[in-house]
Design a protein around this ligand. Structure first.
Ligand code: R5P
Length: 302
């Protein structure tokens, strides 16, 4: 019998239960109390003394509450004698505020990283962080795991099922930030061609793309690769542009399905043919959205 125990909040319940089942790990209980003034108290409802504790927590939906709940749980398990703490944050909120874009903005991601860094844990594991610079925001060890292998396996199968030749495929970065992830996928699929689009944001939640030159996407199946689908604005703007330039099919691979305001319908209306995401955030997804499972990548780190 191992000496591990796993905790998760509602954003990653299913993932945690699968890890627990596969690796025969005890599932920990979390006790939550809300006080009259709005404060919360979170503590482990299970014995963690001398145990290797694993916590899975994506800070999505009620972002600030989820973040604070995590900090309190980390403190609770450390004070209760945990031997080690491995923290998985499959989706890391605030990651898109990793630089100052407009006057007087904070670098919110650095602020969040500083706070998490001061909490008790031994190892932090994230997936497809919005930008590699975020790794430098932490003093403690952080592993930023790529999901390329999951998506490349998915597209190998998709191409076979839909009779798509790799020569007819182009990987599209909807902005320069997606470069590293797109290059990795292009390479994994057999050196597929890549196109990088120029994105401008005139205000928050409003993306526009600049025209592309040449006919690299004409008659091609385009795979747009991004880290997050939030409002869908980035993908819709990119899709409109690619279609105007003659792309025949638009596929989307995005790591984190934030999918605010049920934006999937808007993606379909814009002409996106297929969407695949990971299960970094647990939520009810439209039945036509495909999901690749982070489970094997999580188990590699336990
Ligand atoms: C931006 O730099 C990110 O990589 C995503 O492209 C963006 O956050 C997606 O958000 P939305 O779906 O609201 O355009």
């Amino acid at each position: 019998m191992n000496n591990k125990i796993i905790f998760s909040f509602k954003n990653n319940k299913k993932l945690a239960l699968e890890v627990a089942k596969n690796l025969s790990i005890e599932v920990g209980r979390i006790y939550k109390k809300r006080f009259a003034d709005g404060e919360i108290m979170i503590k482990s409802g299970s014995d963690v003394k001398d145990k290797d504790v694993i916590i899975i927590q994506s800070t999505s939906k009620n972002v600030n509450e989820e973040l604070f709940s995590l900090l309190l749980l980390l403190d609770s398990v450390k004070r209760s004698g945990a031997k080690s703490i491995t923290l998985f944050m499959p989706y890391f909120a605030y990651s898109r505020q990793e630089r100052v874009s407009w006057n007087n903005e904070p670098i919110s991601c650095q602020v969040v990283a500083n706070i998490i860094d001061t909490a008790y844990y031994d190892k932090l594991v994230c997936f497809d962080l919005h930008h590699p610079v975020i790794e430098t925001f932490f003093k403690k060890p952080i592993i930023n795991k790529p999901t390329t292998a999951l998506f490349s396996r998915y597209y190998d199968r998709y191409f076979k099922a839909h009779n798509i030749a790799k020569e007819d495929v182009v990987i599209v970065c909807p902005d320069h930030g997606a470069n590293v992830r797109a290059e990795a996928l292009a390479k994994a699929l057999g050196n597929i061609k890549m196109v990088v689009l120029d994105k401008v944001r005139k205000r928050a939640n409003c993306a526009e793309h600049l025209e592309i030159k040449g006919d690299e996407v004409k008659g091609k199946v385009c795979i747009i690769i991004d880290d997050i689908i939030d409002t869908g604005g980035t993908l819709i703007s990119a899709t409109n542009l690619l279609k105007r330039h003659g792309s025949t099919k638009i596929l989307v691979a995005a790591s984190h399905p934030v999918l605010s305001n049920h934006c999937y319908q808007k993606l379909v209306k814009a002409g996106i043919d297929d969407v695949v995401v990971t299960n970094s955030i647990e939520k009810q997804l439209h039945k036509d959205i495909s999901v690749v499972d982070l489970l094997p990548l999580i188990e590699e780190e336990i």
